[in-house]
Design a protein around this ligand. Structure first.
Ligand SMILES: Nc1ncnc2c1ncn2[C@@H]1O[C@H](COP(=O)(O)OP(=O)(O)OP(=O)(O)O)[C@@H](O)[C@H]1O
Ligand SMILES: [Mg+2]
Length: 291
């Protein structure tokens, strides 16, 4: 369904290495361009990073919401972000998605795409999908129509009117329905779904656009325990095919999905490691977990 970014990167390295051997010159044919294999429309992850933030800062009325924040994410990784209220987690997502412009710093998608040079809509088209906390599905439409609509966005009115799913898109829609546990609810009005199901539908709508990176802000807030457990399964199934950045306060949920956990505080990284590591860090206990 989705390109495996890790594999994709490895394949490109291999193809390029082969090409540079073939194209060897008398000067030794050193692969001077090895670090840049720019394929339009593709994210270059040959450096092993799909997202890269360095020294990013933003102030609101003199208050530093993000303060020299540096962080990176590997292709296919599921990164969890935790931290106290006001730490800057949502603001960081605003910066990655182009909603907020930082005052300084570097934000790259892969090694070649400078996100600070792109507008919000362009960033979505480049393959960064974002899920806000509140579900924003179209309540008067069915589950199927919502998913179908996700493919039409950014296509213009005329193109949308004649839009028909091709067979690959139909297959993808069927697969996504399965992934988000809504096969039986495909004809139901989105407005009649439970809170958790609406959240899954919205994630499904993002998946229809096949994002390379998904940013999810407090995805299990308000969910039942059962819905939360299913969401954990869902995220684990997406890992590898997509890169995910998940912000949550629910520690048992974080425990069920996490590998590396980054703790944000006062707009920068306070600690990073496994959940056990950060949970036993005195500074983290003081500012967040020990409250
Ligand atoms: N557009 C804005 N204008 C002014 N202040 C802002 C703006 N956006 C964020 N802030 C401030 O920046 C700080 C970081 O907020 P942010 O929403 O990123 O925190 P958070 O880590 O997501 O917190 P929570 O866990 O409560 O969601 C807060 O003090 C917030 O009030
Ligand atoms: Mg927030």
């Amino acid at each position: 369904m989705t390109p495996d970014l890790l594999e994709q990167g490895a394949r490109r390295v291999e193809a390029h290495a082969k090409k540079s051997v073939e194209g060897r010159t008398e000067s030794g044919g050193r692969a001077a361009g090895f670090s840049r294999i720019a394929t339009p429309g593709e994210v270059d992850v040959t450096h092993g990073r799909i997202l890269y933030l360095e020294d990013v800062s933003v102030s609101f009325d003199g208050f530093k919401a993000i303060n020299k924040l540096s962080l990176d994410i590997a292709p296919g990784e599921l990164r969890c972000i935790i931290g106290p209220n006001g730490a800057g987690k949502t603001t960081m997502m605003d910066i990655i998605t182009g909603k907020t412009r930082p005052d300084s710093g570097t934000v790259y998608f892969g090694s070649t795409i400078d996100l600070l040079r792109h507008k919000e809509a362009e960033i979505a088209q480049l393959g960064i999908g974002r899920k806000f906390q509140k579900p924003t599905v179209f309540e008067q439409l069915t589950v199927f129509e919502n998913l179908e609509l996700a493919l039409k966005t950014n296509k213009g009115v005329k193109a949308s009117m004649v839009f028909r799913l091709d067979s690959a898109q139909s297959d993808r829609l069927a697969e996504i329905l399965h992934t988000i546990h809504l096969v039986d609810g495909v004809r139901r009005l989105a407005g009649n779904l439970s809170h958790g199901q609406k959240q899954w539908l919205e994630i499904g709508m993002l998946l229809m656009q096949d994002p390379k990176l998904l940013l999810l802000d407090e995805p299990v807030a308000g969910m039942t325990d059962e819905e939360t457990a299913r969401t954990a399964e869902l995220f684990l199934s997406l890992k590898g095919k997509h890169s995910l950045m998940v912000v949550e306060h629910d520690m048992s949920f974080i425990r069920s999905i996490s590998e590396i956990v980054t703790v944000l505080c006062d707009g920068s990284v306070l600690a990073q490691g496994t959940l056990d590591e950060v949970q036993s860090d005195e500074r983290v206990i003081e500012v967040y977990l020990g409250r």
